[in-house]
Design a protein around this ligand. Structure first.
Ligand SMILES: [Zn+2]
Length: 108
């Protein structure tokens, strides 16, 4: 009595795509949507150390758009407020070991 068991062949995992081989260009800053406001645990592409990224807030497109909009709508006295609000700024992820910028999370 031969039992027919379904063959569960797991194919090869799909090849990684969308990731070109990293070159060693020192000034490359990755603009990635996978980064968020939270620090990310990863391997630094520069010093190859396993690190948790340090985040800092930098003025970005949304910051300038908000400030420009406030200025245009007559809020001249407080148009610079977006520059003091972290929620309006981009998040810059840098290496906690070598200090280089790894990625920037843009709000727009
Ligand atoms: Zn590093």
């Amino acid at each position: 009595m031969a039992e027919k068991t379904p063959l569960l062949q797991q194919g090869m995992p799909p090849p990684q795509q969308g990731l070109p081989p990293m070159t060693q260009a020192p000034a490359v800053v990755v603009v990635a949507n996978t980064f968020s406001e939270s620090p990310v645990s990863m391997t630094c592409p520069y010093c190859h150390t396993h690190i948790v990224t340090q985040t800092s807030y930098v003025a970005g497109t949304l910051t300038f758009l908000a400030a420009g909009g406030m200025f245009l709508f007559g809020m001249v006295c407080c148009f610079c407020v977006p520059f003091f609000l972290d929620g309006m700024k981009d998040i810059c992820h840098s290496c906690s070991s070598c200090g280089r910028v790894i990625a920037v999370h843009r709000r727009i």
